[in-house]
Write a protein that binds this ligand. Sequence first.
Ligand SMILES: *[C@@H]1O[C@H](CO)[C@@H](O)[C@H](O)[C@H]1NC(C)=O
Ligand SMILES: *[C@@H]1O[C@H](CO)[C@@H](O)[C@H](O)[C@H]1NC(C)=O
Ligand SMILES: *[C@@H]1O[C@H](CO)[C@@H](O)[C@H](O)[C@H]1NC(C)=O
Ligand SMILES: *[C@@H]1O[C@H](CO)[C@@H](O)[C@H](O)[C@H]1NC(C)=O
Ligand SMILES: *[C@@H]1O[C@H](CO)[C@@H](O)[C@H](O)[C@H]1NC(C)=O
Ligand SMILES: *[C@@H]1O[C@H](CO)[C@@H](O)[C@H](O)[C@H]1NC(C)=O
Ligand SMILES: *[C@@H]1O[C@H](CO)[C@@H](O)[C@H](O)[C@H]1NC(C)=O
Ligand SMILES: *[C@@H]1O[C@H](CO)[C@@H](O)[C@H](O)[C@H]1NC(C)=O
Length: 546
Amino acid sequence: MLPDYLPRLALLLLAARLPQACPVGCNCFKGELVCSSEDLVDVPRDLPENATEIIFVETPLAAIQPWAFANASRLSKVVFLDCGLRSLQAEAFAGLPALEDLEVTGSPLGGLPGEAFRNLSGLRKLTLNFNLLQVLPEELFQGLDALEALHLQGNRLQRLPAAIFQPLGALCLLNLAQNLLGQISERLLAPLAGLQTLKLSDNALATLPPRAFWGLGGLRELFLDGNALVELPEGLFSGLGALEQLWLQHNAIGHLPEAIFSPLANLTFLNLQGNRLRALPGGLFRQTPSLARLSLSGNRLENISGDAFANTPKLSVLTLSHNGLAGLPPGLFDRVPRLAKLYLAGNNLTALDGWLFRNLSELELLSLANNQLTALPTGIFDENFRLFHLGLQGNPWRCDCHLAYLLDWLREYSDHHFNLQTYCASPQYLAGQLLPALEAEQLVCPVSPGSHRARAFPEAAEDPSSIWDPEEEARAPAPCTYSSADGTVALACDREVCRWLRVRLSPRETLAGPGLTLNSTRDWVLESSCGSVRVTLSINAPGGGG
Ligand SMILES: *[C@@H]1O[C@H](CO)[C@@H](O)[C@H](O)[C@H]1NC(C)=O
Ligand SMILES: *[C@@H]1O[C@H](CO)[C@@H](O)[C@H](O)[C@H]1NC(C)=O
Ligand SMILES: *[C@@H]1O[C@H](CO)[C@@H](O)[C@H](O)[C@H]1NC(C)=O
Ligand SMILES: *[C@@H]1O[C@H](CO)[C@@H](O)[C@H](O)[C@H]1NC(C)=O
Ligand SMILES: *[C@@H]1O[C@H](CO)[C@@H](O)[C@H](O)[C@H]1NC(C)=O
Ligand SMILES: *[C@@H]1O[C@H](CO)[C@@H](O)[C@H](O)[C@H]1NC(C)=O
Ligand SMILES: *[C@@H]1O[C@H](CO)[C@@H](O)[C@H](O)[C@H]1NC(C)=O
Ligand SMILES: *[C@@H]1O[C@H](CO)[C@@H](O)[C@H](O)[C@H]1NC(C)=O
């Protein structure tokens, strides 16, 4: 008869085996091992053979011996984070036919043997970020036919062998950001026919060969920011019809060939911030009809031609801040009806055309801060029904009758959190006063003795030196402008004839007030210095609701 403790003994033996299934210094979760022990100076010899993923975190492994993982041949992912690896031996990852994802990040790895990744024909992602790699052998990636993503960010690479990427026909993503690359050869990237994302940010590239990107017909994102590029050779982007995002900010580009962006019919995002552009060639954006976000801030632009944005109908965010723009040509924004955010802060703008924003019915944010503006034309925001965020601070506002429209507009529409630091610069008795806090009555213009018109027509004051501007005249108040107390309705009449009637029913108003419904009638009493009038408005919808 068998002792009855035998089954219990078997159980105990099994239980005793279980801890051994997980190597000392590691934690095991199903097929995943996380090893993070300061005592682990070698890859454990007792790796469970069914392990599929192993991650070493901050373990002092100085080297990996050949065939170190061969007992766990099902591993598909091997990661070393901050492990102090100084070298990888030729057969370190031998015997891992299922390996798909290999990462060594944050190790003082200075170089790699040419055979480091040999036989890893199933590898799809290779990450070698933030090591100290200076040179790579030309044959390093041989046989990596399946590789889709290669990360070499944050190393010390100064140049790359011309044929190093030859085997990587399946690569979709190549990240070479934050290295010391001073140049790339014309042949380097040509084999990467499947590439979709190329990151060359924060290197030391001063020039690019004209054909650097030829053959990359599937490229969708190109990062060239943070280099030392002074100019871009003509034809650089030829054949990149699929490109959607182009990052060129923080270089030293002083000049762009007129046709440089013409091949980029699918470009939606372009960042040219922080370069040295003094001018934009006339047709620069003529053939980029998909452009939706464009930044030109932090350049040296002093003027922009009126048709610069004539062929970018989808533009929705435009940043022109921190240039030297002294003025903006009328009509500049007429053809960008989808513009929602417009940044013009930090320029030298002294005046704006009254119709500059007339086509921008979707404008939500407009920054005019830190310019030289003293006033804005009456009616300038009349078509900008969605505008809530208007930045005005840092301008030398002249708080007189010319600012009445702006004050009125701020009261009615502006977000209260904006313009808390918008002050009057003149007249002297209002200097330093918070503009949005003024009372309408404080905004007065001096009346010249004997001139009654000067009060009603500040713009057309009888000063022979004032320049006659027919457009300004047309917008100036008529001899009698009647308006309702809330500004919703205004009527302008000459002595006998009324010339225009404005009823402003912005979406905001219908949200806030009772609005006007179909088949309704409403009365307003309008006041002016000439007296008062009554306006009755009826809306009749024919049967069926129209
Ligand atoms: C290996 O597989 C066994 C059973 O199949 C399981 O109990 C064990 O937890 C696994 N070990 C690892 C490290 O995945
Ligand atoms: C593989 O397993 C065998 C038997 O358990 C062991 O002797 C050998 O050291 C292991 N090899 C490695 C590289 O861990
Ligand atoms: C590659 O595979 C061959 C054949 O299996 C083998 O002889 C060789 O040692 C392997 N090389 C490396 C670096 O793993
Ligand atoms: C541009 O984008 C459209 C729509 O996404 C796509 O059908 C077309 O193939 C793209 N053009 C190129 C050259 O990739
Ligand atoms: C503005 O551009 C024109 C040509 O488009 C140029 O002649 C002129 O010098 C520029 N003005 C300034 C102030 O840069
Ligand atoms: C703004 O204009 C003034 C006067 O014309 C000039 O001295 C200054 O350099 C300009 N600033 C910029 C940023 O262009
Ligand atoms: C812009 O506005 C002007 C005047 O209202 C109009 O003639 C023109 O067609 C508009 N352009 C676009 C693209 O909407
Ligand atoms: C407006 O009145 C007409 C006839 O007076 C009627 O047929 C129509 O349905 C009304 N519409 C609404 C929206 O009330």
